[in-house]
Design a binder for this molecule. Structure first.
Ligand SMILES: NC(=O)c1ccc[n+]([C@@H]2O[C@H](COP(=O)([O-])OP(=O)(O)OC[C@H]3O[C@@H](n4cnc5c(N)ncnc54)[C@H](O)[C@@H]3O)[C@@H](O)[C@H]2O)c1
Ligand SMILES: O=c1ccn([C@@H]2O[C@H](COP(=O)(O)OP(=O)(O)O[C@H]3O[C@H](CO)[C@@H](O)[C@H](O)[C@H]3O)[C@@H](O)[C@H]2O)c(=O)[nH]1
Length: 431
């Protein structure tokens, strides 16, 4: 919304939220999320044509187009628990819109199950005060850490709407907003269901690439191949392409797992268990990869981490974001705590957080790199080695360190999908 405000000075953008603390932060000096370039955009527009408020009804009443971007987490209870998207927030927003809005254009910005627009349409129509609503699906494709660049220069903007004259008119109104900075040939319009499904499909395809390369990384370790070389060679095929082939400890973030589970649930509900199982494997391999990493670590360290200090470098789910939702680091840390013997309720207290990598690694037995922050590429590893217990281990879950250099210093190094350190060769790493 901040980028729309920046690119469309004639449009007034009001961002409203039920969270008082978040809105206060958006109006303050320290924005509630870290995202490169966002501060500049917000500070340039705020108070001019970009406003943050908790006065939801007032702004919804005044708006010509309403974007609904509420959270759609995985349901934790009841029908579809653990898979289906929880549309509670969406439904509550729709009911409020029906009560106060005078505009007919409602845009689905949140990632939602296919056919949500139909459900929303029903809520709105049954509560309408004479307005004939047009629901548009305009899913968001930005990635955290590169959000501003992604929004400035999107691969595509997708707008789905009804194939009626009124639907087409609404699509055109939203197209006119994006056309102020996005080339027209990148603004795609489809029917509603294609737009909703394309968002889930895109995330499933992206996550599938990561699970594919991660599955290869296990085979690389078993055979002596190097996953970076394999990715490079495979990605050179223009039909495959080089992006999203970086082996890792597993994908994280608030979107991939949630959206694939949602896709799986939709497949099951539509009587397509084979298709559901196909996509489930993407998540299973991701879980396998995180387990495999923990097992490698424990088995290398004489099969126990009790009484040991493990330094975790990086906790965010990727670099250049402060977001830790569904980060693989959570599962790795939990996995390590499970290996503590005896397991006690105080195990979680054995975790402490510090700012500095040198402090974290001091007297540690092992290091896990779980986020690919640039900082970790240029640390003084000799200094770190000198201050650690011996043998000193590095488990690189992001393939950021120079393995040869670290081995020269004296570290035992495990790097995902790379030829194994002799120390690890005879040790089991089954998940
Ligand atoms: N985070 C991303 O990078 C990203 C990218 C693409 C799509 N999405 C999708 O966008 C949606 C939102 O994701 P997010 O990461 O911003 O979630 P979030 O939980 O960080 O933010 C959602 C906000 O909605 C507010 N909210 C909930 N109900 C409300 C209501 N009735 N009225 C007003 N405000 C309400 C919450 O207070 C919260 O601040 C999800 O569907 C997600 O899948 C997110
Ligand atoms: O080659 C790769 C690329 C990514 N990742 C990991 O995959 C996760 C997701 O990364 P990324 O997709 O870059 O970030 P997100 O912000 O989760 O963005 C995804 O999810 C958003 C929310 O739906 C979509 O809008 C984006 O298009 C989609 O890329 C992170 O843990 C990355 O470390 C890898 O392990 N290897």
């Amino acid at each position: 919304m901040a980028v729309i405000a920046l690119k469309c000075p004639s449009i007034e953008v009001a961002v409203v939220d039920i969270s008082v603390s978040r809105i206060a932060a958006w109006n303050g000096d320290q924005l509630p999320i870290y995202e490169p370039g966002l501060d500049e955009v917000v500070k340039q527009c705020r108070g001019n044509n970009l406003f943050f408020s908790t006065d939801i009804e007032k702004h919804v009443f005044e708006a010509d187009i309403i974007f609904v971007s509420v959270n759609t987490p995985t349901k934790t209870r009841g029908l579809g628990a653990g898979k289906a998207a929880d549309l509670t927030y969406w439904e509550s927003a729709a009911r409020m819109i029906a009560d106060v809005s005078k505009s007919n254009k409602i845009v689905e910005k949140s990632t939602v199950p296919v056919k949500t627009a139909e459900a929303i349409e029903k809520i709105l129509t049954h509560n309408s005060r004479g307005i004939k609503y047009q629901i548009l699906s305009n899913p968001e494709f930005l990635a955290e850490g590169t959000a501003i660049q992604d929004l400035f220069n999107p691969d595509r903007v997708l707008i789905g709407g009804r194939e009626t004259p009124e639907g087409q008119k609404a699509i055109q109104a939203l197209k006119d907003v994006y056309a102020q900075w996005v080339p027209e040939d990148r603004i795609i319009s489809t029917n509603l269901w294609s737009a909703e499904l394309s968002k889930l499909a895109a995330n499933a395809f992206l996550a599938q690439r990561i699970s594919s390369v991660n599955a290869m990384s296990a085979l690389c370790e078993a055979t002596g191949a190097d996953v970076s070389q394999v990715s490079h060679a495979v990605g050179k095929d223009t039909r495959i392409g080089p992006k999203f082939l970086q082996a890792s400890v597993g994908f994280g973030g608030s979107c991939f797992q949630k959206d694939i589970l949602n896709l799986v649930y939709i497949c099951e509900c539509n009587g397509l268990p084979e298709v559901a199982n196909y996509w489930k494997q993407v998540i299973k391999i991701n879980d396998y990869q995180k387990n495999r990493f923990v097992n490698r670590l424990v088995s290398s360290m004489f099969n126990t981490v009790s009484g040991k200090k493990i330094a975790i470098l990086g906790f965010a789910f990727k670099k250049d974001t402060g977001d830790t939702r569904e980060t693989p680091a959570i599962d790795v840390c939990k996995g390590l705590l499970v290996h503590l013997q005896p397991m006690s309720p105080s195990a979680v207290k054995k975790v402490s957080v510090v700012w500095d990598a040198y402090e974290a690694t001091k007297d540690a037995h092992g290091i896990c790199i779980l986020t690919e922050w640039d900082e970790f590429k240029t640390l003084d590893y000799q200094r770190i080695f000198d201050n650690m217990q011996k043998p000193a281990f590095v488990f690189d879950g992001r393939n950021v360190v120079n393995v040869d250099k670290l081995r020269e210093i004296g570290f035992i190094v495990y790097s995902i999908g790379k030829p194994l350190d002799p120390w690890l060769q005879d040790m089991p790493a089954v998940a």
